[in-house]
Design a protein around this ligand. Structure first.
Ligand code: HEM
Length: 363
């Protein structure tokens, strides 16, 4: 090899395609004048976010593949949790990244804001894909916000590739992670009964009724305690307690039929210390953590925007901060949040039937 250069040698810049990547911060083709330092900063921060979105999407697609099964293999659980945790870490990191954006002053931003025209983060199809794969329902979105319509328009205008639109349509028409989680929860063994067992329905109804009874007993002790310390009168406290129990009943039983996914979720959350439930509860925790990270990310974006443009309208035509604040109400994994309201103190829980079923089996 002596004297000859190895032109095939892999280099850092080669591997990362740095030349290509670092040539993409000049604004759209023919953009004139070239971005000033503040605008360059604005572009780089956006691109960094979009790169993270790309990673998040790839992680979520992996999770989707692992969960889109009739029977999720035990061995897949650690992998699923691992991918979800990476997504939460990225969102937590992105929440901090708005700080970099905030080094731009409102006046500096105004100096080039008009150049953005009507372009806006609104059009970030990667974030829309993330929301869709997770399972954000159209009816939950703020009025007028329809990502599919928006993307169809962009595709018609030639502003996004056909592939992006086709991919998005396919995602909308396939089960979301929220649906897949729901299916998986519906197969939870409840009091050692499997959803395929002949008398499963009877066992699950009994389980739900016992839980509601435990809630009711708990309420009585709370009422007794509040009255004994003179912190209110029965006529105002009792209806509130009864309302929460009837809320729990309608969460668990709809049209006279027990919702097995919710009952399974309640079972896992209530008896989360049982060895066999350790991966299921970790999986649920990972989804909760992820949604919380997404909300904090949305919130810190909204606070940055408020600091930057006050109550101005957004370049995408929305009301701006008011719109962004309204998105903080979005909840994708609604049941995972709701179940927290109906949990009962450990010592008041009904005994698990056949607890040995939930021990690790070394055989
Ligand atoms: C000076 C900095 C920024 C300002 C003033 C700003 C402002 C806004 C406003 C007002 C909206 C609402 C839609 C509209 O009417 O335009 C929005 C949406 C959005 N922005 Fe930003 N933004 C900034 C930086 C960023 C960055 C760095 C990202 C990173 C990708 C980003 C991502 C998004 C996304 C994804 C949405 C859609 C949110 C949703 O609909 O849930 N923004 N932004």
């Amino acid at each position: 090899m002596s004297g000859l250069e190895d032109t095939n040698r892999m280099t850092y810049g080669n591997y990362l395609r740095l030349d290509d990547m670092l040539s993409l911060q000049e604004g759209p083709i023919g953009y004139s004048p070239k971005p000033c330092n503040d605008e360059l900063h604005f572009i780089i921060v956006h691109q960094a976010f979009e790169l993270w979105f790309k990673l998040v999407l790839s992680e979520l697609k992996e999770v989707h593949e692992l969960m889109d099964k009739e029977h999720i293999e035990e061995g897949s659980m650690p992998k699923i949790v691992h991918h979800l945790k990476r997504v939460s870490s990225v969102f937590n990191l992105m929440s901090q990244q708005w700080k970099v954006m905030e080094t731009l002053t409102p006046q500096d931003f105004l100096s080039f804001r008009d150049r953005l025209g009507t372009s806006s983060g609104f059009e970030s199809w990667q974030l829309r894909q993330i929301e869709t794969i997770l399972g954000l329902e159209q009816q939950q979105r703020e009025a007028g916000m329809d990502p599919l319509k928006h993307m169809e328009r962009l595709a018609k205008e030639g502003k996004i590739s056909k592939d992006v639109l086709v991919d998005f349509q396919a995602r909308i028409n396939s089960p979301s992670l929220c649906d897949l989680l729901d299916n998986w929860l519906s197969r939870t063994p409840i009091n050692a009964s499997l959803s395929t067992d002949l008398d499963d329905e009877k066992v699950v109804v009994q389980y739900v009724e016992n839980h509601l009874q435990a809630m009711s007993n708990h309420s009585e002790s709370v009422i007794e305690h509040i009255l004994s310390i003179g912190h209110g009168d029965e006529s105002s406290i009792r209806p509130r307690m009864e309302k929460s129990i009837s809320g729990a009943r309608s969460f668990l039983i709809q049209d006279g039929k027990v919702n097995r996914s919710r009952a399974g979720l309640l079972f896992i959350e209530s008896y989360r210390d049982l060895p066999l439930l350790s991966w299921p509860r970790t999986l649920i925790d990972s989804f909760v953590e992820l949604e919380q990270a997404l909300l904090l990310f949305r919130n810190s974006h909204a606070r940055m925007v408020e600091r930057m443009i006050g109550r101005r309208m957004g370049t995408g035509g929305s009301s701006g901060v008011d719109y962004l604040d309204a998105t903080l109400k979005y909840r994708i994994f609604v049941d995972l949040w709701t179940v927290r309201t109906i949990l009962v103190r450990r010592d008041l829980l009904p005994e698990v039937a056949n607890p040995s079923y939930y021990e690790f089996n070394s055989q």
